[in-house]
Design a protein around this ligand. Structure first.
Ligand SMILES: Nc1nc2c(ncn2[C@@H]2O[C@H](COP(=O)(O)OP(=O)(O)OP(=O)(O)O)[C@@H](O)[C@H]2O)c(=O)[nH]1
Length: 306
């Protein structure tokens, strides 16, 4: 079918697909590659993804809603618990699961935690070995990951690829996922690639750049939000955001000597926003303190982690 009423059940196939795995294996990179655009933040630091960001891929007849989940890890604070809960909740609701593993290394305890969560779920599973471009012994590593699923009864498919450098393999995997979607109506209108507001999306880009620049524990102690977004008549996007830290001592560390670091974070984020929006952007950034926000349920909710 190439046209007609694609919202009638029976004509269309649709489903939610969770992308799970331990931190830093390339889940967000894979989701962005599926969508051909940047929906989720990525960075070389583990635990960049905090929310279950949804990315939507729609064809004439099929719609996949990818749910990018935070990396499964042993939680140290309320934010960490929230992140693991996001994974658990995502797994309960989805029609299929993509488990991403890093083929540069053998499985760790954290991979074991993921395998434990998904092994007995009666849903189609795709085991995706990522980073083939830099893995020395991909086949051997894949064997070890496969062994973690031993005894699994439900359908399992496998693929090794580079989410970052192999668009053909990513497209093949996306097709395999499309092929197993159950019949059902679309969940989202055509045309959108994500369920985030533009403010949430921009805040995540700012956080990504902050996480790349900050050192030690600080990347994990910042949150970001965008409070105002206005568009000038000439098309300039004026975005005003905040970087939230836990202690006043952190404020200076984010701002840096003479404001240098904050300026660098702002410039890097602005460049990304301009590329993805194809518009000139003015980005105003302020650093504010919400004491102990990572342990404060109210503050977590206010920052969008609910
Ligand atoms: N060389 C190479 N690097 C990759 C590939 N996929 C992802 N990466 C890099 O691995 C790092 C982590 O990628 P992310 O997509 O942020 O990983 P994630 O699993 O979403 O991480 P969390 O948010 O911590 O759960 C980034 O520096 C990516 O650029 C790949 O196929 N090849």
């Amino acid at each position: 079918m190439t046209s007609g009423d694609a919202s009638t059940p029976g004509d269309t196939h649709s489903g939610f697909v969770a992308i799970v795995g331990k931190p830093n294996v390339g889940k967000s990179t894979l989701m962005n590659a599926f969508l051909g655009t940047k929906v989720a933040p990525t960075s070389p630091r583990p635990q960049t993804t905090r929310r279950g960001v949804r990315g939507i891929h729609t064809t004439d007849t099929h719609q996949i809603v990818f749910v990018d989940t935070p990396g499964v890890h042993k939680p140290k604070d309320a934010l960490g618990k929230y992140m693991n809960h996001e994974v658990h909740a995502a797994l309960a609701d989805v029609d299929a699961i993509i488990w991403v593993v890093d083929l540069r290394h053998p499985p760790t305890d954290e991979d074991g935690l993921v395998a434990h969560q998904i092994r007995d779920l009666p849903k189609p599973l795709f085991l995706v070995g990522n980073k083939t471009d830099i893995a020395k012994y991909p086949d051997e590593a894949m064997k070890l990951y496969r062994a973690q699923l031993e005894g699994r009864a439900a359908e399992t498919q496998e693929l090794m690829l580079s989410a970052q450098n192999d668009p053909n393999a990513v497209a093949l995997l996306r097709q395999q996922v499309l092929d197993i979607l159950p019949e059902g109506p679309f969940f989202y209108p055509r045309g959108g690639a994500s369920d985030q507001t533009r403010e949430m999306w921009a805040a995540e880009i700012i956080r990504e750049e902050a996480m790349k620049k900050l050192r030690d524990e600080l990347p994990y102690a910042v949150a970001t939000r965008v409070n105002r977004w206005t568009e000038r008549e000439d098309g300039l996007q004026r975005i005003e955001g905040e970087i939230v830290v836990e202690k006043s001592a952190h404020k200076g560390m984010v701002i840096g000597a003479g404001g240098k670091q904050l300026k660098e974070i702002g410039q890097a984020a602005r460049k990304q926003l301009e590329v993805f929006l194809s518009r000139k952007v003015y980005l105003g950034l302020e650093v504010i303190v919400i004491p102990g926000w990572r342990e404060d349920t109210e503050a977590l909710r206010e920052l969008g982690y609910e």
